[in-house]
Ligand binder design. Structure first.
Ligand SMILES: *Cc1c(COP(=O)(O)O)cnc(C)c1O
Length: 370
């Protein structure tokens, strides 16, 4: 890659992803499902899946069936689970590509089974339980009956049971313990009936780190494999490394006179004359249309001036008199001693780091390094 040929790009450190997966494997001693929905949290789904597989992750978790298909088409050999809803019309492809589906509705399970039977095969499913998330899933209290029914259905093989936590990233809140109790009671009754499947799983990244008793047979980690903190209250251990950097080049430098309005709406006016640079990044790239972001140039932190446009924004260069056109500008990542994290930007934008990285647009080229 010749960086000079690009205005704006993402650098994805696959070595960091491999490191983070290995950290999780060592820490937990159970298999790790790399959760790579939403284009691998913006990092690039296939490349992340390959790195995770290389590092020893034996499962991939996705939200949509199309994502699972794309992984198989790219040659990913791990188990794959679609965590969300899959229309029954997809069952033949699921069988052909050995993709496991989530089930949270007995009628849909029956439709899956009928379709699989037509193909003379058996579909692998994981039954999802709502132990207190208020989202998808059967109530654990109904679970035993339903699992008995599913066990008698030809065309379906229940290979997993799972649940999801609402507040595991707030380790001091007691709802995770309550969810865990409700789910564990189900797992025990299922065990007593001899119906326990191979894969029982519950933990996202935060629960993996902060609720070891939630690890069961498999942990489903997204944010941690990218080296991002589950939350300020549930930070990663120090050996994890962030994988994503967002970079651009300075494409224009001008000295504007005093009282000069900058960008749409003139939300910023220069006080005295001010050196202003233009960088080619905007909300069309997922760099939000907000005031108050910052950038790194020549190892120094500078303010974005005025409102972010679709493809461009302006930065103050008064503090960096040596800055010149062609300089590299970092929006997420390190430069010299300085750093801006996805967490910093999330705070600035009033959101979470997950949304910052998922928002990185397709049009930004992604460069992968080890
Ligand atoms: C996205 C998701 C995960 C991963 O969550 P992280 O907080 O990123 O680790 C795990 N399980 C389910 C069901 C999910 O939807």
């Amino acid at each position: 890659m010749n960086k000079n040929d690009y205005t704006t790009w993402l650098e994805i450190d696959l070595g960091a992803i491999e490191n983070n997966v290995r950290q999780l494997l060592n820490l937990t001693g159970v298999p790790v499902m790399a959760v790579i929905k939403a284009n691998g949290y913006g990092h690039g789904m296939v490349e992340v899946a390959r790195a995770a597989e290389e590092a020893g992750s034996t499962w991939c978790g996705v939200a949509r069936f199309e994502e699972a298909l794309a992984l198989r088409q790219a040659g990913i050999k791990t188990h794959i689970l679609v965590l969300g809803f899959t229309p029954p019309g997809r069952v033949p492809e699921a069988l052909h590509h050995d993709i496991s589906l989530a089930v949270f509705n007995p009628d849909v399970a029956a439709a899956y089974a009928a379709c699989a039977l037509d193909h003379g095969a058996s579909l692998k499913v994981h039954v999802k339980f709502d132990s207190g998330m208020g989202r998808l899933g059967l109530f654990p209290e109904d679970g035993l009956e339903i699992l008995k029914q599913l066990a008698s259905l030809k065309g379906i093989e229940v290979e997993g049971l799972f649940t999801h936590f609402a507040r595991a990233d707030e380790p001091l809140v007691d709802t995770t313990g309550q969810q865990l109790e409700r789910f564990t009671a189900l797992v025990q009754s299922v065990e007593q009936q001899g119906l326990r499947p191979r894969w029982v799983h519950a933990a996202n990244s935060a629960a993996t780190l902060y609720f070891p008793q939630a690890r069961f047979d498999l942990v489903r980690c997204g944010v941690a494999i990218y080296g991002l903190h589950p939350s300020a209250k549930a930070p990663l251990p120090p050996d994890f490394r962030p994988a994503l950097s967002l970079k651009t080049h300075l494409i224009s430098v001008k000295t504007l006179p005093a009282q000069y309005g900058i960008s749409y709406g003139h939300h910023y006016y220069t006080r005295d004359s001010e050196r202003i640079g233009v960088i080619p990044i905007g909300y069309g790239d997922g760099f939000r249309r907000r005031l108050g972001a910052e950038a790194l140039i020549r190892g120094r932190r500078v303010a974005v001036r005025g409102i972010t446009c679709m493809d461009l924004c302006m930065i103050s260069l008064d503090e960096v008199p040596d800055a010149e056109v062609g300089d590299e500008v970092v929006l997420i990542g390190c430069q010299g001693e300085a750093a801006i994290t996805a967490e910093d930007l999330a705070q600035e934008w009033g959101t979470i780091n997950y949304e910052v990285v998922c928002g990185m647009a397709r049009r930004i080229p992604r460069f992968y390094q080890h």
